[in-house]
Design a protein around this ligand. Structure first.
Ligand SMILES: [Zn+2]
Length: 344
């Protein structure tokens, strides 16, 4: 089969790799119907050291089950399934606590001999715990929205949930990438009435407004902080959803959060430390968030997606074939595409 490999910064290739086969009785083989490129794939795409051997990449996919091991129940050949961006047994103590990202028997895609999602097929470890069956066919118009359950929508949802967003909280979302827009959608779904989106790409913030943002702040840094405070009677918002991962974003987050409020971060942090000085202490700010246990949220979010009450698939603004994946990376890296869907 063919799959995407990354050889270094800016160097993504499509190559032949071994067809996946069942190795453990808990495995399944899934033929990928849709995959996509994640904002977090842009970090290695921007900075990975060049290597002679490429590494597999991609951690978001849905597809059709082609084979299952003897110990896999509830998933059958022919089922359409979505995979969260971390595989897990869904039975250990961490999984039962809804923290499948810390599963004692789980792991990441595209690492340690595990297939990546950006290819034609994937061997899925812990298939019974990892995969979620979808009640539609592989030609459903809902595939982009259902694929968003793999990572981007649950990540935005996790940000809103850990921040404590509810109908009584005001919200600032920092970042107009696919995760930030998904966080807007999640905050709206949880009942927030004021959602301030900080972002400066108009086509993206327009989608943010469609998703539920009530205000858009294009200014950054101190100006951005001042603008959010102006919109909130000088106080800032109860919750701040930081969906970027860069130092200026987390600094802005602490600047716009209301005393007693919560900052949640889901942007993969590209900084070693966070503001935690006496000023933050004296304002009683909570910092939360982290990698999203998407598996914990898929069943909760699925009914709203199936019934069209939310349309998280709108974050995909370009579709490529597997051969065009290198173009897809370029488009996301130069910000001409928001999020790229892959149709192998
Ligand atoms: Zn587990």
């Amino acid at each position: 089969m063919r799959a995407t490999l990354i050889y270094g910064a800016g160097d993504v290739r499509i190559e032949d790799v071994p067809d996946p086969v069942l190795q453990d009785p808990t495995d399944a083989i899934v033929r990928v119907v849709r995959s996509c490129i994640c904002g977090s794939d842009l970090w290695p795409y921007g900075s990975r050291a060049a290597t002679a051997e490429g590494g597999r990449i991609g951690h978001e996919f849905l597809g059709v089950v082609e084979d299952v091991g003897a110990d896999v129940a509830g998933i059958r050949r022919g089922d359409l399934v979505v995979a969260p961006f971390v595989w897990a047994d869904n039975t250990c103590d961490f999984c039962r606590e809804g923290l499948q990202t810390s599963c004692r028997h789980g792991g990441l895609w595209a690492r340690d001999g595990i297939d990546g999602g950006q290819g034609e097929a994937v061997r899925v470890p812990q298939a019974q715990g990892t995969l979620v069956k979808l009640p539609v066919g592989p030609d459903s118009a809902l595939l982009p929205a259902l694929l968003s359950l793999s990572d981007v929508f649950p990540t935005g949802h996790h940000c809103a949930v850990t921040a404590g967003v509810n109908p009584r909280t005001t919200v600032t979302v920092i970042g107009d990438g696919a995760v930030g827009l998904s966080a807007v959608l999640a905050a709206k779904r949880l009942g927030a009435e004021q959602i301030i989106l900080m972002g400066r790409h108009k086509d993206r913030t327009d989608l943010g407004r469609e998703f539920g943002a009530t205000d858009v702040v294009a200014e950054r840094g101190e100006e951005g902080v001042a603008r959010v405070r102006e919109l909130t009677g000088g106080d800032g918002t109860h919750t701040v959803l930081e969906c970027v991962g860069l130092k200026p974003a987390i600094e802005t987050a602490f600047g716009v959060v209301r005393d007693g409020g919560t900052v949640s971060r889901v942007g993969a942090p590209q900084y070693p430390d966070v503001p935690a000085d006496f000023g933050v202490f004296s304002r009683n700010i909570t910092l939360t968030g982290g990698v999203a246990p998407a598996r914990a949220y898929i069943e909760q979010l699925l009914p709203d997606v199936l019934e069209g009450r939310v349309q998280p698939g709108k974050v995909f603004d370009r579709t490529v074939t597997l051969d065009e994946v290198p173009d897809g990376y370029r488009a996301m890296a130069d910000r001409s595409a928001l999020k790229v869907l892959i149709q192998p």
